[in-house]
Each structure stands twice: as C-alpha cells, then as structure tokens.
Write a protein that binds this ligand. Structure first.
Ligand code: ADP
Length: 520
C-alpha cells in the first residue's frame, strides 16, 4: 500500500522541466501542507496539471496559500527576483507589494467560487532587482479538495506586458500622427474598395460639407467634387484600385462644399493595398488644401499669358526684319563684322522665339486650345529628320536604334516638338558626354520612343514632379538655362494623343526619357 502510494505521488510530480525538478526536490515538510506523500489527491492532480502545462499557471494551496508554479510561469518571475524562493512560500510572504490587491480576490474566489477574469491588468512585481510594471491577463478559479471544500486557488495567466507596451506605443504613434495631420491641416480618408464606404477625419467632412457620420458613402463625397472634375476623379480612383495597378493615387480637383458652396482646390494623394489575388482591400490617403497655391499659380499663368501675347507682336516684327536683313546680306556686300552680328542676332532670335513659343503653348494648354492636327506619317523618319536638324554645340552624337518604319496617326508638328525637347534636354543636361541613344519600337497597339543620355541624371525623388509646369531640378553646381516648361508641354501633347510619357534616371548616371503613342 505504501509502495503504491509512493509510486502514485511520484507519478503526479513527474516531468515539468525545471519547476518539476524543484518541486520534487523541495523540502515540503517545513511547510503547512507537509510532504507530498500526505497530499490529497486533488492537490496532486492540480500540481500535475500545472507542471505539465505549457500555459503559465500558479497555485495557492491550503490556509497559508502555499505556492506552486510551472516553467511557463517562471519567466514572469525574472532572473533576480522571486524565483525559486516563491516555490513552497506563503503567498503573503512572497507578494507583500501586491497582497492588498490580490488577497481580497483570492478570498472571494475561495468563498464564493466565482472565477475572476482580468485583462491587461497592471500588477507591478519585484523582478530583475526592481519593482517592474507588469501587465497580466489572468483568471483565478477555485480548486475543490476531497472534503468538498475550497482547497486552493488556481491561477491561469499570461503576461501581456509586451502587448500592452506595443499598444501604448501604437497609441503614442497614432497621437503623433494625428498631431502631424492636425498641424499640416490635412484631410484624411480610408476607403474600403469592397463596400465603397470610407472613414474620413473631421476636416475632410468639413471641407466636403458631409455629415459627421462614422462611415461615408463614396458617392456622397463625389457629389461635392465639381462636375468638370468628377469623371477624372472617378477614373483616377478606379485606375488606382484596379488589379495590376501600382496602387499610387495622385489627383488635384475642386470641391464645392455641399452645405455652404465654398470652393476649394484639393490635392489628393493615396495608396491602395491589394490582397494576394490582386484585389484592392484598402485605399487610404490624405487631402491638402492647395487653393492658395493654385490662385497664385493662376495669377502667374495670367501674367505669362498677357506677357507672351504682348511680346509676340514685336518679336514677329523683329523676325520679319531679320529675314529681310539676311536676304540683303546675301545680295549686298556687307563687311564681315556686320554678317557676324546678323548671324548672332539671328541665333538669339531663334532662342527667343523658342522661349516665347513655350510660353504661348502653356497658355494654349491652360485654355484648352492645344488642338491636334493628325495625319499619318512614319515616326522613324520624323525622328531621323529631327536628329539631323537639331543644333548640337557640344559635339554629341545621336545613335538611332532602328530603321524600321513605324506608321502612326498623330500631329506631326507636335510630336516633332516633343522630340526636339527631349533631344535638346539630352544634350543640355549631358555636358560631359558625347552620346545620346534613341530607340524606337512598337507592338500591335503602340509605338515607344526612348531618348537615353549619359549626362548628369536626376535624383529619383524628383522624377514624379518633372512633368509639372515650371518645375526645374536644382542641378547642384551646374547652371542650365530654361523655363521648366518643355516637359510639361511634352506631357500634355503625349497625353492628348492618348499616350504615356515618363523618365527613369539615377543621379550621375544619365536619364532615359520615353513616350508612347497609339498606332491608330
Ligand atoms: P527646362 O527648360 O528647365 O529644361 P524641361 O521641362 O524641359 O525644362 O525640364 C524640366 C527639368 O527636368 C529641367 O529643368 C531639368 O532639371 C530636368 N531634366 C529634363 N531633362 C533632363 C535630362 N535629360 N537630364 C537631366 N535632367 C533633365
């Protein structure tokens, strides 16, 4: 009988890693619960469950609340704190710093039997040589012994300090973000592309004149986008969330407040996130009120429009006089010096006409008057002609990769203008290099032309702005003349043809500008 009992209590205390070993080796005779051979079955079973569980567990047993815990619980004790003294210790001796908090809980569980549930509760404990703030989610439950009375309290718990800290950090980051959004006076939105409902901040709702509901229907917000811009905004949204899109969204449009009719020009920027099947699952971003910048821009455009029209008449007249002067210089014998100055004046007049042309083109684009006059022609021939006629000061050589004809329907003069601009830039921004490569190829739908130079290159950060009007990259130490209009005009011309234009570049390694044109 004694043997059987010995065997059985040993079985209950078997296993359990470090805590199993410590529990077996502990001198229980010095405690109020006595040696394991005298323990009731309920205690043996509970201790066995604790030692063999990978969930952190802790037990208070008997009137003195003598303690047991397992390996999973052990890390919460830290390295220089209560472990291993807590084993077999009286609860009151082990936890003086929190005893006033937990003792009433233990008593209530023992007396009433209703288990407790505490989530992410701060219970500071002494570990690693100091009192630490530790968070726990735990449940206390009563263990009934053989007499049918409460024998002890089992604690199943998990330390959530890391989770709570992460959550607090997240809250902190959220607050900082909110502060940044608030200081930058931005509107924010987060659209669910499946339901077409979005969450917006108060500023966005105020701008659009929307009710302060939590979720807003996209169509309600679109109602305050002015009619001229609405289709464009819808298209930009659809393109962004379409499968295969790069997920980037950037569009400027005007809204008219639904309540008080206030107009605002807003720049929206966002990003869509896709699942692994390529379906957009989230689409969020910010809105900036750029009304002031656009007013300013408008005034600048108005000034340029007036100034360029005023300049047009005298320059046309000078140009006519120059032509007559050039004809005369061929028939009359004039001193060499006079011829030299006529040529100089003529070259500078060409530059002036070119600049004026760019300014007049901007006005045309602004007023929607950049009309296309389409004919059918061979794009390869146009590019060859262009390369032959372009004036190259620095001795650069154009290498054209292809002689194959590529027939397109497009405005010859406008495509020529794009080519001249890209080639001129390739020369201008490559003072140290002698080579510009032009590649033309096509598939069934479109022709693609690329102009590759080996010049100063462009910081990739600046690439998204290159085609904005008046945009010029600071060319660190270099002085290049220009108005920052050529690429803007080129992009308008290409877009109006239904093509695309872009650039790839790295600083110091040259640039590759490309455009596509539909074949039909
Ligand atoms: P700009 O009259 O200033 O040349 P563009 O609109 O043609 O105006 O070009 C805009 C800006 O893009 C330029 O100011 C320049 O900073 C940059 N850029 C254009 N082409 C190149 C190129 N091939 N290499 C480096 N930078 C370029």
């Amino acid at each position: 009988m004694l043997n059987n009992q010995l065997t059985s209590y040993h079985q209950y205390l078997a296993g359990g890693g470090e805590m199993g070993g410590l529990t077996r080796a502990f001198d229980w005779s010095a405690t109020s619960i006595g040696t394991p051979d005298t323990w009731p079955q309920s205690l043996l079973t509970t201790v066995s469950i604790i030692l063999n569980s990978r969930f952190p567990m802790f037990l208070w047993w008997g009137p003195e609340l003598i303690q047991f815990y397992n390996d999973a619980y052990r890390p919460s004790m830290g390295n220089t704190g209560k472990h291993p003294n807590a084993l077999g210790q009286r609860g009151e001796d082990c936890w003086p710093e929190i005893w006033p908090v937990i003792k009433p809980l233990i008593d209530s569980v023992l007396e009433i039997g209703k288990p407790t549930w505490s989530e992410d509760q701060l219970i500071p404990i002494y570990r690693n040589g100091a009192l630490e703030d530790v968070y726990w989610t735990f449940s206390y439950s009563r263990v009934i012994d053989e007499s049918g009375e409460a024998g002890g309290v089992l604690v199943v718990c998990t330390e959530t300090t890391a989770k709570v800290k992460d959550f607090n950090e997240l809250q902190h980051a959220k607050k900082e973000l909110e502060f940044a959004i608030e200081s930058a006076e931005l509107g924010t939105w987060d659209l669910n592309p499946v339901t077409n409902k979005f969450i917006g901040n108060d500023r966005l709702k105020l701008w659009f004149g929307l009710a302060k509901e939590d979720e807003i229907d996209l169509k309600d917000a679109l109602a305050s986008v002015i009619e001229e811009d609405r289709e464009r905004v819808i298209e930009a949204i659809l393109n962004t969330i379409a499968t295969g899109s790069d997920g980037n969204y950037s569009v400027v449009y005007t809204i008219k407040n639904l309540k008080d009719d206030t107009k605002r020009i807003v720049a929206a920027k966002g990003k869509a996130i896709f699942d692994n099947k390529g379906n957009a699952i989230r689409f969020s971003g910010i809105l900036e009120d750029v009304t002031e910048d656009y007013q300013l821009q408008q005034r600048k455009d108005e000034f340029i429009s007036v100034a360029s029209h005023e300049l047009k008449t005298p320059i046309t007249s000078i140009s006519a006089s120059m032509q007559i002067l050039q004809k005369l210089s061929k028939t009359e014998h004039l001193p060499d010096k006079v011829n030299l100055f006529i040529n100089k004046a003529n070259n500078n007049l060409s530059k002036l006409i070119h600049l004026l042309d760019d300014l007049l083109n901007v006005t045309k684009i602004q007023q929607g008057q950049l009309a296309l006059n389409k004919t059918r022609f061979n794009l390869t021939e146009l590019i060859k002609d262009c390369c032959e006629h372009i004036h190259v000061d620095g001795g650069q050589e154009f290498i054209i990769n292809t002689t194959e004809p590529v027939m397109i329907d497009a405005d010859y003069r406008r495509v020529d203008q794009v080519m001249v601009n890209l080639l001129n830039n390739a020369i201008k921004y490559s003072p140290q290099s002698k080579k510009v490569e032009i590649t033309i190829f096509h598939d069934d739908e479109k022709a693609t032309v690329s102009v590759r130079d080996f010049g100063i290159g462009i910081n990739p950060d600046k690439l998204p702005h290159l085609f904005d009007r008046y945009y010029r990259v600071d060319a660190l130490g270099h002085q290049f003349s220009g108005l920052g209009l050529g690429l803007y005009i080129s992009s308008e011309i290409i877009n109006r043809h239904g093509g695309k234009i872009g650039a790839d570049s790295t600083l110091g390694n040259g640039s590759n500008f490309w455009f596509t044109l539909p074949l039909e």
